[in-house]
Design a protein. Structure first.
Lengths: 219, 219
DNA sequence: CACCGTATGTAAAAGCTGTTAACATTCAGC
DNA sequence: GCTGAATGTTAACAGCTTTTACATACGGTG
């Protein structure tokens, strides 16, 4: 990537450090990562990063953003590859499978994303992947409008006061997000195949999604 | 806890270190934690811990076990406080709410538990909390036997070959576990109330659980 | 083009940490 | 009581984060 280490000034050290840090974390994990390594890999001294980042956590925060961006791109691609042709439910499941794939392929990135709950920072990048799912749920709800409810659950209320479809999409997407995220986490800790070796995250996701969607829209 | 720092030998340093580490992590987080602090808090020198633990990760692993034990106790208590009298579904939800409470009250413990997916260690403690949920699901399935299926989904297969109820309980409990774990994680990252301020983890859990259970057993 | 403030790099150092090695003390069993 | 094992201390090393003082390049202004 960086070809000419000749000049005194690096030229694009800020980005190069993020890339270097990302590569190191992807291969050696976040505990092994040191700012010294990242600086060396970028071809500068160990103090140079402090011209661009307040401290180590600040740099890690930017790597986290990169990771969330990668997740978004994976989900977005999965969404487009499964749009319309197949059913809307299959599109939702495809997005979930892409989420699980990302957690598997970039497992160290995935861990980094959910480390140390940040105090208040709400980056838009962090949510962008979520909105891919929201859009798919909206499409699903358009094709599967709610039926009249005979259920004493909250759906009766929703039907009674004609909820904006957007709020319902957000709620369902949140539940699906929680489900797939939990499956990804449990899978990473080898907690799924402990009893039922056939119970992998992919099939669990598929059946759970169908259940949730059916129940949430048919109530 | 430790009262007499007089004798050369501590007497119970191995446990005292876990407790000290747990307290430090609970108050200052896992990144701030140092083995030196834990040793000082236990009243010994900074090299003493290495007589009982191979390295820092080894000590942290034991703290993790303590955290999983605490989670188990919380879930077990919630299970017993909500057994029989209320419906079996309510018992399941009570367990889930206890899970969310634990994640909130012991948020640094909760983060520690899911950090750095361990390579192969499968401690029984880690799973004990899960079995509380499995038992509740089994009780639910006993009270709500599966109906004859007209669904082309996998439930037809299950019904056809008379699945052992235990396998089904494990599968449903796993799905519920993933769901509640995902909700806990998203809540910790302030990702739930970003749009719908009324959508807290507790209510989302309640509605999702009902949906999943209804759909999974009514299929 | 010369000048100068600013941005960006280096070098050195302080202070902390994890970890090990050599040594000291206590315990437990014979 | 003696002896080996268990447990603790001190000292030291290497590596890391972060700061400070200094060096170099860039960019705009006269």
């Amino acid at each position: 990537m960086s070809s000419s280490p000749r000049s005194y000034h690096h030229g694009n050290l800020k980005d190069a450090l993020i890339v270097a840090a990302a590569e190191l974390i992807d291969s050696h994990g976040t505990t092994e990562f040191s700012i010294t390594d990242a600086a060396n890999r970028a071809g500068v001294s160990n103090a140079a990063p402090y011209r661009h980042y307040k401290d180590k956590q600040d740099l890690l925060e930017h790597v986290r953003e990169l990771a969330f961006l990668g997740l978004y791109e994976a989900l977005d691609q999965a969404s487009h590859e499964n749009s319309e042709r197949h059913g809307a439910a299959d599109q939702i499941i495809a997005i979930g499978l892409a989420y699980l794939s990302y957690a598997r392929d970039k497992k160290r990135f995935f861990s980094l994303m959910w480390e140390h709950a940040p105090p208040d920072t709400d980056s838009a990048t962090k949510m962008s992947g979520f909105f891919v799912l929201v859009d798919a749920v909206s499409a699903y709800l358009s094709n599967n409008p709610l039926e009249a409810s005979h259920n004493p659950n909250e759906c009766a209320h929703q039907a009674a006061r004609q909820p904006p479809s957007e709020a319902l999409s957000l709620r369902i997407a949140t539940q699906l997000w929680a489900l797939v995220h939990g499956l990804a986490t449990l899978e990473q800790h080898n907690l799924l195949t402990r009893f039922d070796t056939a119970a992998n995250a992919d099939t669990l996701l598929s059946t759970s999604c169908h259940s949730l969607l059916k129940s949430l829209t048919e109530c």
